[in-house]
Design a protein. Structure first.
Lengths: 185, 185
DNA sequence: TCTTTCTATGCAACTCGTTGCATAGACAAG
DNA sequence: CTTGTCTATGCAACGAGTTGCATAGAAAGA
């Protein structure tokens, strides 16, 4: 499991509350690791009782109070140890691919709209990543000499961008294939 | 959930036992949907008691008997209905990306070996996919006029190939970044 | 002969992840 | 003044997925 570790990395980058973490998991960290707020709250509790992170009650005006978490010494050790352990290369879970193969036993043309929808979603995601890259790394306001953390965040984001571009090209290929099949029926 | 649907697709392509399905989930279908044999046996049981699939006891010599499953009419309906429902575009789960961002708080150079290991694994997977493509789709023994099912299987495999190529290029980018960071410490 | 490997199926326990629901203060729009 | 939205936290129940273990016949190799 790596949700704990993803949270440790995020809290090292910047301490925050469960709510703030769940927002980060909708962007930034969430580009390559997803989690719902319920999951995050549950895991934060366990991490705190295990001494990996510290809590600080922060009163706020015009808002409910929050609990700000930060990484404790033990949490740093846990993360460091995990970083030195090998992990398995990812295995994919691509529901759309199951559908595409399933289309052979149904109407392939009926899938076109669905694939177009996915194409649009990935186009949006790519635009979002590129805007983030310009804002934080390649634009005029970006740091001229990025530190290690920024360079590593950038290379991860470049991975997301490459993934979306590859996916869009593949979805074009899928659409071509479905359209070629369609008229024959 | 789509394990049921992945199993339906696989059984439509060719009926088989739980054991055979679990082997297919290590190749072919497993390229984009993973499942362990325990998961498969459990789901097969539920699908059978729900009337989605039929069982046939097949005695074998030199081997334990097996239960061969095939898709029932109800299963075809269920699959067809699922194919017409929209699904969410995939969200990624990339443990290595968490590690890379985490490396900012540890020794980036220590990750190089790990990334190289992943590079090797993806190189192997790509070679495996390309061999499968040559065998089934582009080689001399491939069908000259592939049917719809074969064309759809091929486009899914092309997706796997594109994914591996993209990943390898990104891992090269990651290695460059880590090596540039290393000497500065 | 003994160990290992392959085919073949399955239970039990556990962890991970999702979904639905609940609470509660503050603010904005209608 | 009511409804909706945003911040903020959490419980309970369920479903999905993993890990460990067990059984059992046959073949292959040491």
């Amino acid at each position: 499991m790596a949700l704990e570790h993803a949270i440790l990395v995020s809290l090292l980058e910047k301490p925050g509350s469960g709510y703030e973490l769940s927002r980060r998991f909708e962007r930034s960290i969430g580009y390559f690791w997803t989690a719902t707020h319920q999951q995050i709250y549950r895991v934060l509790k366990r991490m705190e009782s295990d001494g990996w992170i510290d809590v600080r009650e922060v009163p706020q005006q015009a808002r409910p109070d929050k609990k700000e978490y930060s990484v404790a010494a033990l949490g740093r050790d846990v993360l460091s140890q995990w970083l030195h352990e090998p992990i398995e290369p990812e295995s994919v879970r691509h529901e759309l691919a199951v559908k595409i193969r399933g289309a052979a036993f149904d109407d392939p043309a009926a899938l076109i709209r669905e694939v177009e929808r996915h194409h649009q979603a990935h186009t949006d995601r790519l635009a979002h990543y590129l805007a983030g890259e310009r804002r934080d790394f390649t634009g005029p306001k970006a740091p001229a000499t990025p530190d290690a953390g920024q360079q590593l965040q950038h290379v991860v984001l470049r991975g997301g961008i490459a993934y979306e571009r590859m996916t869009l090209a593949w979805l074009d290929d899928v659409l071509d294939t479905l359209r070629r099949l369609g008229p024959e029926r």
